[in-house]
Design a binder for this molecule. Sequence first.
Ligand SMILES: NC(=O)c1ccc[n+]([C@@H]2O[C@H](COP(=O)([O-])OP(=O)(O)OC[C@H]3O[C@@H](n4cnc5c(N)ncnc54)[C@H](OP(=O)(O)O)[C@@H]3O)[C@@H](O)[C@H]2O)c1
Length: 225
Amino acid sequence: MQIAVFGTGQVGRTLATALAAAGHDVCMGSRTKDNPKAAEWVAATGGTASQDDYAGAASRAGLVLNCTPGNVALEVMNMAGKTPMRGKIVADLSNPLDFSHGFPPRLTVCNDDSLAEQLQRALPETLFVKVWNTMWCGLMVNPGLLQGERHTVFCCGNDSGAKEEVRRSLLEPLGWKAEDILDLGDIKAARGLEMYLPLWLQIYGALGHGEFNIRVVNGRAAQRA
Ligand SMILES: NC(=O)c1ccc[n+]([C@@H]2O[C@H](COP(=O)([O-])OP(=O)(O)OC[C@H]3O[C@@H](n4cnc5c(N)ncnc54)[C@H](OP(=O)(O)O)[C@@H]3O)[C@@H](O)[C@H]2O)c1
């Protein structure tokens, strides 16, 4: 599948590399067609890896990953443009964090709205799925990293077909098992996923690393079987 990864940072590079290794045609999108960090990634990855600006990468993709900082994500979607993004599924990993007042960062949106909802409102014909924002990127691409323990990846979005595509094309090829994928419902559920970040940062500070995650233990799972 043709996948556009928006973002040349740690998250974009980690996901782009893993998805290319899983057999996808990955195009790294950024503000410019000749972004040097994207060029370095293309050279290191080889094969069908490519780079383009946001609009060019989106035009060719069936699926887009938003791996840009939350404070610029809306601007990035506008740069990609309504037409190239029309009908596209966007896996949104971004977090609405504002580091301008130091650490810990503030949430730029919370309670009765979320960044994912803002993006969905800005591009109503694009199918946003919030996913993976609640964990360190090393875990997104290697869920087996936690000493083989099970742990949970959440997703939410308004379109069930888009969530199914994210599961089939992104989560499962990177090792996520169906029983560890928890669909929280429509895009409003992104409020909780994004408001988890302050706690994530506290746990990160306490442990001194990002190799941890939540596992939702469903006490009634056996009764349904
Ligand atoms: N780090 C993690 O493990 C982790 C886990 C879960 C979620 N997240 C979320 O994932 C996202 C990406 O994290 P990251 O650490 O990889 O990001 P990052 O390094 O801070 O972001 C780099 C990307 O943002 C682009 N960018 C920066 N300023 C921009 C602007 N004004 N307009 C357009 N694009 C701009 C850069 O483009 P250029 O190359 O053109 O400069 C680059 O592609 C964040 O929202 C983060 O909260 C991170």
